[in-house]
Ligand binder design. Structure first.
Ligand code: ADP
Ligand code: ZN
Length: 735
């Protein structure tokens, strides 16, 4: 690579990475530029018949060019070049996830229209005094224009009565000038270091100590990773806001990653209150002109706060000051298609390369992060108490073996009791069941067949209110059948098990006077509906909230005192590496919704496995033993975070061919020291969107460079185009 930021003269042969999936090792092709460029400059790049965004990575040598005639790239605005730390970050991401550099560049240049100039608004103003004009008409035009700047030809005509040709002639004669007008940028997002005008809360002693540590690290501008580990409602947001404020004061940019950006109005309002301006939101639903504005301010280094989904990590910040990852344990930080990166892990990498602090915040940190603390890689900051008078809720188990619910009912007598009491006291109740729809499975009572998706090896889920069966994997839907698809018997299909809709029916039966609402991704499809729901809860228009995991996170319901978990065993006992950990996180988060203000909270967990480690640790408020046991089990099995995993997934229409290919791959496996190859085996989700799937799992110690092992294995194999081969480094899902 050329020296960083070296200027390359016009017409010199250069190497450019186009923002697309090229198979070359460095993803680059040779070109020449029609103007001087520098490394990192973004250029408009011809590729076949298209023009794509490209990035200059250095000068090309004779071998690169190999006698070809070079096409010409055109640099965009000189502002639009990526800094060395950003380029290093992109390189790392491509290498770590075995991805094409062009695809990573595509994420960093995700708003191609931002690179082009917006259509300019021209303003006309007088550049001569009336007495300099040679005709009375022209003198009058100049008089009318004095002190004004109409913003279009039509506007100047209206003001002066002059025709377009007169105006053009006057411009030519130097009496008028047309100047481009900078569009007013949006004041409400304006972050001015002298104008952090918001209201700062008075922090508690515990909070203030944490905030000072973080703010000092921002002032110092060196890389440190913090795990901000505080119980639900302890004020973690207030605390990391102080680090953000510090970055703004230094004229820098702050990035806050959030797992559920669509539900972020409350967050936006809090930011506004604290800083006196709105954060820039960044998510897939954002309109094009906002996207352009955010991308441009990022690359120009304007002080700003971006609150965004994982893709915000690839914004080309010129001047970053701090990165925050809120709810760092959330698996949704892992992108599951395209470039399969983990935004939390990459946020730490980005901070390291840009030499700035990163703050990972959670009430239920991931085991990965806790182990990083133990190994001295992350600095641990803890908040032990809830803010204000709120204590932690009291958590108890309901043993379904002793007090089961009646047949075809799911709320057991002790929970029914507790709900009744809460309603009497005019307090709110949350019933948590992490299952969308009415029933997770349907069965024909005549032939005992279960109804499955035609495209996937998965049960169809009954959605009663929509009158449909739906596949939660591929989106397939069909009317609820009256006849069994396999034995043709009529009227014998029965939904089995509960989803939130069915729970809602039971609540209706048992508490007909209570007002209830379902909070799930099927019911709450837009941010506006979410806001409406929250307002109804705040205004006490809802007594019983029935929710899936969507309701577990971050929300603050002041009058909610009772949380009932209908099936605390969901997610336990599975084969998933992180099953126990995920259960612990989810249940702790749900429990954390209870009693957040003055009235004490109560949590009841219905279970058929009261002895399960996770549940015991929850009722005894003994997170340390749970984590110690979980760590020991992982260490014993050499599983992450103590060992490394990678998956290779083949998929295709014909299962027999797929299996043959997989077996051949297994034969070609070169037996690397210290790496175990498991598989091939049909994936747990054997058929997905009509494609069969076969998996390999590679397992090694942390020291092994698994990426290199996989590359050298796959490099010797030619995979036919009918088969898709996907590599998943550090996988978080195993279906
Ligand atoms: P966490 O992120 O740890 O769950 P939050 O930062 O959301 O906690 O704080 C929980 C609630 O307590 C919020 O309503 C917040 O405004 C309030 N709160 C926390 N700390 C303070 C403080 N020092 N002064 C006033 N209100 C606070
Ligand atoms: Zn399906």
């Amino acid at each position: 690579m050329s020296p960083i930021d070296a200027h390359i003269p016009k017409d010199t042969p250069i190497k450019v990475v186009p923002a697309t999936a090229l198979p070359h090792i460095d993803g680059a092709l040779s070109y020449r530029a029609n103007a001087p460029v520098r490394v990192g400059q973004l250029v408009s790049t011809p590729l076949g018949k298209r023009e794509v965004v490209g990035m200059v990575i250095g000068a090309a040598n004779d071998t690169d060019i190999n006698g070809m005639t070079l096409k010409t790239v055109t640099p965009y605005d000189a502002d639009y070049h990526l800094t060395p730390d950003m380029r290093q970050f992109m390189d790392w991401v491509a290498k770590w996830y075995l991805e094409k550099p062009g695809l990573v560049l595509k994420m960093a240049s995700s708003v191609p229209s931002a690179l082009k100039q917006d259509a300019l608004t021209m303003g006309y103003h007088a550049v001569a005094t009336p007495d300099q004009a040679n005709t009375v008409r022209r003198q009058n035009i100049l008089k009318n224009l004095s002190g004004k700047m109409p913003e279009s030809l039509a506007a100047i005509r209206e003001l002066t009565g002059a025709t377009a040709s007169t105006i053009k002639a006057m411009c030519k004669d130097g009496l008028l000038a047309a100047v481009p007008i900078k569009p007013d940028h949006d004041q409400q997002y304006q972050a001015d270091s002298n104008l952090i005008s918001g209201r700062q809360q008075k922090l508690t002693v515990e909070q203030a100590a944490a905030a000072t540590t973080l703010a000092d690290a921002v002032t110092e501008q060196k890389y440190t990773a913090f795990l901000l580990d505080g119980v639900t409602g302890s004020g973690k947001t207030e605390v990391y806001f102080e680090a953000v404020a510090e970055a703004l004061k230094a004229g820098r940019q702050a990035l806050i990653l959030l797992p559920e950006i669509a539900l972020s109005q409350a967050f936006e309002a809090r930011c506004h209150e604290r800083f006196g301006f709105r954060p820039h939101l960044w998510h897939s639903g954002l309109g094009d002109s906002r996207r352009r504005a955010v991308w441009r301010e990022a690359i120009r280094g304007t002080p700003m706060v971006v609150a965004g989904a994982r893709s915000a990590l690839f914004l080309p910040f010129r001047n970053p000051g701090v990165v925050v990852v809120d709810e760092e344990h959330e698996l949704s930080y892992r992108q599951q298609d395209g470039v399969r990166y983990h935004a939390r892990d990459m946020a730490v990498l980005r901070a390291r390369l840009s030499r700035i602090p990163v703050i990972l915040s959670s009430a239920t940190p991931s085991l990965e992060s806790l182990v990083n603390v133990e190994q001295g890689k992350y600095q641990h900051i803890r908040l032990f108490s809830r803010f204000g008078s709120a204590g932690m809720p009291d958590i108890k188990l309901i043993d379904l073996g002793k007090t089961p619910a009646e047949r075809r009912r799911w709320i057991s007598p002790p929970l029914v009791d507790a709900i009744g009491k809460a309603l009497e006291k005019k307090e709110q109740v949350l019933l948590f069941l992490n299952r969308r729809g009415y029933a997770p499975m349907s069965l024909c009572l005549s032939c005992r067949e279960r109804i499955v998706c035609p495209n996937c090896s998965a049960w169809l889920v009954t959605h009663k209110s929509a009158g449909e069966l739906r596949c939660h994997h591929c989106g397939h839907n069909s009317r609820f059948p009256t006849v069994c698809p396999s034995c043709q018997t009529e009227g014998m299909i029965m939904p089995c098990g509960p989803g939130v809709e069915r729970l809602s029916e039971e609540v209706e039966l048992r508490f007909p006077d209570a007002r209830q609402g379902i909070f799930s991704s099927d019911a709450i499809t837009t941010p506006a509906l979410a806001e409406q729901f929250f307002n109804a809860v705040y205004n006490d228009e809802i007594d019983i909230i029935i929710g899936t995991q969507m309701v577990a996170k971050g929300h603050h319901f002041p009058d909610l005192t009772l949380v009932g978990v209908v099936d605390a065993d969901l997610g336990l006992g599975g084969a998933d590496l992180r099953g126990g950990e995920l259960s612990w996180q989810l249940l702790t988060q749900v429990a954390g919704r209870a009693g957040r203000e003055s009235r004490p909270g109560q949590v009841l967990l219905q279970t058929a496995m009261p002895e399960a480690m996770v549940l015991q640790s929850l009722i005894h408020d003994d997170r340390e033993s749970f984590i110690a046991a979980e760590k020991a089990a992982r260490r014993e099995a050499a599983m992450p975070p103590y060992g490394r995993l990678a998956a290779v997934i083949l998929s295709g229409r014909e299962e027999a061919r797929l299996m043959m290919m997989a077996k051949q791959m297994a034969n070609d496996w070169p037996h690397f020291e210290g790496v175990t190859l498991l598989g091939p085996a049909p994936a747990p989700l054997r058929l997905l969107r009509r494609n069969y799937r076969v998996r390999f799992l590679l397992k090694s110690s942390r020291e092994v460079n698994l990426q290199r092992v996989i590359s050298s294995w796959l490099d010797r194999i030619t995979i036919p185009s009918a088969i898709n081969c996907q590599v998943d480094i550090d996988p978080v899902s195993f279906f």
